[in-house]
Design a protein around this ligand. Structure first.
Ligand code: NAD
Length: 290
């Protein structure tokens, strides 16, 4: 298959390389001039889209996605597919889907979870929104770049699933970190705290799989000085998208809102930028109630 890949950043470059390694003819473009192994470099987004059977975007945000889609969709042949794997707002995903539909192009919003390791290892999870036909055309590529793809519903459903998942993740990580900091002050050993909570009703992915306490539980960014992993600023971005969506549909999401405020403070006013999102634990450790 002839594939055009737009956005060869931390995630896009290894994803494109995996498609090329699987035998596809992949051409890539990034405004920063980055490249990917086995991928031929183009000089514009339009050039990668020209003659492609599938165009994939992996970009920073919804505004950039909309601009890129407006550029490339008119270049694409009817019946081909546009897949957006970026994490963006639901409205942008739906706007791009409308643009594609009007041009006779299949469209899937397919944000991912699994991070840079998952992108490199081809073990991402895709959460997809779009028609059955669009999902079917994208599925063989999801199989190469990932280990699981869930068709969540119509256009925008993939982004909805992603931001709801990450809203839970942000809130549970904060809850896990503040509980560890409280346990410290109560004189409870961290290992004992893990042994109890990881097998009791307070368990979660944040505690059991990605424990924010160094030396406790499976190896996680906490064991590597809180080097991301999943950076606090990316969590802040996803929490912002979830609150934007909640405001648009009048959903009451107080825990998500509080998680957004805490990650904003951590990233913008404290020293959280560039640290893993689990570095909320050392933040809480040093604080009192005021
Ligand atoms: P990144 O910043 O490393 O990559 C984005 C790339 O897009 C950059 O290389 C940039 O130069 C390029 N770009 C920007 N504007 C462009 C344009 N107009 N045309 C072509 N290229 C353009 O970010 P990333 O970590 O690869 O993340 C990409 C997306 O995946 C984001 O939406 C992010 O939220 C999401 N995501 C990231 C992770 C992660 O762990 N990094 C995990 C899940 C989802």
């Amino acid at each position: 298959m002839k594939i055009g890949f737009i956005g060869l950043g931390n995630m896009g470059a290894p994803m494109a390389a995996n498609l090329a390694a699987a035998g596809h003819d992949v051409s890539g473009f990034d405004v920063a001039g980055t490249t990917a192994k086995g991928v031929s470099s183009a000089t514009s987004a339009v050039e990668v889209a020209d003659g492609a059977d599938i165009v994939i975007a992996m970009l920073p945000n919804g505004d950039i996605l909309r601009a890129v889609a407006a550029e490339v969709i008119p270049t694409m042949r009817a019946g081909t597919t546009f897949i957006d794997c970026s994490t963006v707002d639901v409205d942008s995903a739906r706007a791009v889907a409308d643009m594609a539909e009007a041009a006779g192009i299949l469209c899937v919003d397919a944000p991912v979870s699994g991070g840079i390791g998952g992108a490199a290892g081809g073990t991402l999870t895709f959460m997809a929104g779009g028609s059955e036909a669009a999902f079917a055309s994208a599925a063989p590529l999801f199989d190469i770049m990932g280990q699981k793809a869930v068709h969540c519903g119509d256009a925008g459903a993939g982004q909805a699933a992603k931001i709801c998942n990450n809203m839970i993740l942000g809130a549970t990580m904060i809850a896990t970190c503040e509980a560890f900091a409280l346990a410290d002050k109560l004189g409870l050993e961290r290992q004992k705290m893990f042994d109890v909570v990881s097998t009791s009703s307070g368990f979660s992915w944040s505690m059991n799989t990605y424990c924010p306490a160094p030396g406790v539980g499976p190896t996680s960014p906490a064991d590597n000085g809180y080097t991301p992993g999943f950076a606090a600023e990316l969590m802040l971005k996803d929490l912002g998208l979830s609150q934007q969506a909640a405001a648009a549909v009048d959903a009451d999401t107080p825990m998500g809102q509080r998680a957004l405020e805490l990650y904003r403070q951590f990233v913008e006013d404290e020293d959280g930028k560039g640290k893993d999102f689990s570095a909320m634990l050392p933040r809480f450790e040093t604080r009192g109630r005021s």
